[in-house]
Design a protein around this ligand. Structure first.
Ligand code: MN
Length: 313
């Protein structure tokens, strides 16, 4: 049965009790009152929670509070939980002098993970937009490379970390998840950038969200680290924040550069992502250099390694 739960102040509960006086029905002992209308039944509790249950619970509930989409059972706000948490930034952050951070290379079998953080003042935001800084997912590798040069030429303070594959594979073997690796890389990139721009302090720090903030904090605690001040998390942050878009371009461009270097060094194609094409490229690397070579240039725990070995046999 569809239901909506609202948490309402005592004053509203009083008004509701009067409003529904004529349609009151027997209520459970734990409830303040209960009523039934054409739309649904309404049960109010001392905690301030009001349960609307029946055919059209939202029609009744929206008379009293803000309704998120109703669900068939369970919490009414479970859907919005993913998007809105205590670390969600206010709109003002996007137009303020803030730091953004983002990473590249996490879903790619070949190549390092790169993480960048960039500090953009509010005066620089229009300038960066003007040179074409935007969500790097909508940019080609060539555009990203050019934009990264322009960003550097503008003297935008940034910090960039590259996690070599050897180190990645070591961390992975000692049980670190990619989430933990990314957390510590973002954290370190942010610390370095904060040091670089000191005594200037940003109005806030926005991390392109890759895990729930409480998980990020858990990973920090496991390495005795602490979240910096005014840190916010948001998914798809690069489409809202020019600082995150800038960081994303710097990280992506470093990743592209590393991939080009690997192709140059091996003389073989080193494709991005993880696909059949990547499986065959890995097989060609094994044939030319032996399996050990993958240690240096790939994330060896990906299923790609086993698939490539089958090609070789
Ligand atoms: Mn991202």
């Amino acid at each position: 049965m569809p239901q909506v739960v609202l948490k309402l102040p005592a004053s509203t509960l009083e008004k509701m009790k009067k409003h529904y006086a004529s349609s009151q029905k027997n209520c459970p002992p734990t409830a303040l009152f209960a009523a039934k209308t054409a739309n649904c039944t309404i049960t109010a509790y001392k905690s301030g929670k009001v349960l609307f249950q029946g055919q059209k619970p939202e029609e009744e509930a929206e008379k009293w509070g803000t309704v998120s989409s109703p669900t068939s059972g369970g919490q009414s706000n479970s859907k919005s939980k993913n998007k809105r948490h205590a670390y969600h930034p206010d709109q003002e952050l996007f137009v303020s002098s803030h730091i953004g951070s983002d990473e590249a290379g996490t879903g790619d079998y070949f190549g390092p993970i790169t993480v960048a953080a960039a500090f953009v003042t509010k005066e620089q935001i229009p300038q960066l937009k003007a040179i074409g800084v935007k969500d790097s997912k909508n940019l080609s590798d060539a555009q990203i490379t050019d934009l990264a040069k322009d960003i550097v030429a503008m003297n935008i303070p940034y910090s960039l970390l590259r996690l070599p594959n050897k180190k990645y594979n070591q961390w992975q073997r000692k049980g670190w998840s990619q989430g933990k690796m990314k957390t510590l890389l973002h954290h370190q990139a942010l610390n370095r950038l904060l040091e670089k721009i000191a005594p200037v302090k940003p109005d806030g720090i926005l991390i392109d969200q890759f895990s729930e903030p409480h998980v990020y904090e858990k990973h920090l605690r496991s390495e005795n680290q602490q979240l910096q001040e005014h840190v916010y998390f948001m998914t798809k942050a690069e489409s809202y924040s020019i600082a995150v878009a800038t960081a994303s371009i710097i990280a992506r461009s470093a990743f592209v550069k590393a991939m080009n270097q690997m192709e140059f060094d091996t003389g073989l194609p080193v494709p991005k992502g993880a696909s059949g094409k990547v499986d065959r490229a890995a097989a060609a690397i094994i044939e030319a250099y032996g399996e050990e070579k993958l240690e240096e240039i790939a994330k060896v725990h990906f299923a790609t390694t086993e698939k490539a070995k089958k090609f070789v046999k």
